[in-house]
Ligand binder design. Structure first.
Ligand SMILES: *Cc1c(COP(=O)(O)O)cnc(C)c1O
Length: 435
């Protein structure tokens, strides 16, 4: 009998994977997921310390989530959202509006589709306002906003983009305020100001053709957890106002408490023109994304002519089950005072991680909210893969990005899990470095 892993290799094309490599490293076959734990078909369990690609917030198989989804299924599972509506999508839109100060929630299924929606809405809005030349976008070096062809135009990660370069209309990528790259003598805030000056110079020259600036507020996760000072966002907001350019905050990875506040941009005290949400939006149980925007952007589409409307759609737009999952997430944030509890969890894990942070090979140990990152100085070839395997042996699911080791765990780690994470991550590091 073929194992699940063997059948998967034959039948499934796995994401972000050179399939040939699976010959040596078959996928783990997960047969049960519970809380922060993943159980495989060999009877082993792993701590899901990357939240299943940054989506899971409250662990797997959460009782409140299960109950809410079963009850929703019994009422309305899915209906189309053109010409119809339903309670979960209305209530979710109202609540997201109240939480962000934006509104007019438009739904997609994945993060990349949220990026597409925001880019299209921004350019179309300018067009409706009689400024069709404003149809270009600008992002940051190392920015990641998804991998569909439109989203790739603002994703500045060569490995994901190179093969498709002829298909993509590249956007400018401006210096990233990544605090690690500050010049000697500059702190994170001064570095943010310098990078904002580069944005100012760019917009001064190109604002007439620029529809929007898109940024990942506070942490560029896919770039290797590059963190920046909120000063950059404040200055970017002011520059976007001055040059009449939309500011899109891609909160797909950093939203829902990852950075310590419900949304990352809130730490800068700014209001973007668009917010993209996905990943944690449903607590990691169903695909859903949302784009929120301002009244003026919405008003620019309000017209008797259909062509001036936003004629964009996905079949599963506003899926009732996914919206119910998202509402359950918001209820759990309130019910369990999650942000305050996370602040305590983070301090406990900080203390346990001191030996890792001080490890001789570790540079730039950093944390924001519930995101930890450590750059490992090592010339071990394939460090990331080696680390991944050593971590699995410690019962930890961890996937470094290049030489950057990171944790983005679900918010439900008890003391035993925290100790296993900190101890195992350190042992895996020594093992991967061969010491
Ligand atoms: C993951 C991610 C996306 C893309 O989301 P998908 O659901 O994978 O398409 C976009 N932006 C950021 C910041 C992300 O981390």
């Amino acid at each position: 009998m073929a194992t699940l892993a063997e059948r998967s290799r034959r039948a499934v094309w796995h994401p972000c994977t050179q399939m040939k490599r699976l010959d040596d490293e078959p996928p783990l076959a997960i047969v049960r997921a519970d809380g922060p734990w993943l159980h495989d078909d060999q009877g082993r369990r792993y701590l899901d310390a990357v939240s299943s690609w940054w989506v899971n917030l409250f662990g797997h198989n959460h009782p409140a989530m299960r109950a809410a989804l079963v009850a929703q299924f019994e009422r309305v599972d899915h209906v189309m959202l053109a010409g119809l509506t339903h309670e979960p999508v209305v209530e979710l839109s109202e609540r997201l509006g109240a939480l962000t100060g934006l509104g007019h929630a438009f739904y997609g299924s994945d993060g990349a589709s949220a990026t597409e929606i925001a880019l299209k809405m921004s350019a179309h809005s300018w067009r409706n306002l009689g400024r069709p030349a404003k149809c270009e976008f600008v992002g940051l070096a190392g920015g990641y906003h998804g991998e569909t062809v439109g989203a790739l135009s603002v994703t500045d990660i060569a490995l994901f983009r190179e093969a498709y370069a002829p298909l993509v209309r590249l956007s400018a990528a401006l210096p990233s305020p990544d605090a690690r790259t500050a010049a000697p003598g500059d702190d994170a805030k001064a570095h943010a100001a310098r990078c904002a000056a580069a944005l100012e110079a760019y917009l001064a020259e190109h604002h007439e053709r620029t529809a929007a600036l898109i940024v990942e507020p506070l942490v560029q996760c896919a770039a290797g957890f590059a963190m920046h000072d909120p000063e950059y966002l404040r200055r970017a907001r002011a520059l976007c106002d001055r040059f009449e350019v939309h500011l899109i905050c891609d909160e797909i990875a950093v939203g829902f408490g990852r950075t310590g506040t419900l949304f990352a941009h809130q730490q800068a005290g700014i209001r973007p023109d668009f917010i993209c949400l996905s990943k944690g939006l449903t607590g990691g149980v169903l695909p859903l994304s949302a784009v929120l925007t301002t009244d003026p952007v919405y008003a620019s589409f309000w017209d008797d002519r259909a062509s001036r409307g936003f004629l964009h759609s996905h079949s599963y737009t506003g899926n009732a089950l996914a919206c119910r999952a998202a509402l359950t997430v918001l209820e759990l944030f309130e019910r369990d005072d999650v942000l305050a509890r996370n602040a305590q969890t983070a301090q406990r894990l900080d203390a346990l991680l001191a030996p890792l942070a001080q490890h001789r090979a570790v540079r730039h140990a950093r944390r924001l909210g519930m995101i930890w990152a450590f750059d490992v100085e090592s010339d071990v070839p394939g460090f990331s893969g080696a680390y991944h395997r050593r971590a699995l042996a410690e019962g930890l699911l961890l996937r470094p990005i290049g030489n950057t080791l990171y944790f983005m765990p679900p918010y439900v780690l008890d003391d035993a899990a925290l100790e296993q994470l900190a101890g195992g991550a350190l042992r895996a590091l020594d093992a991967a470095l061969g010491s």
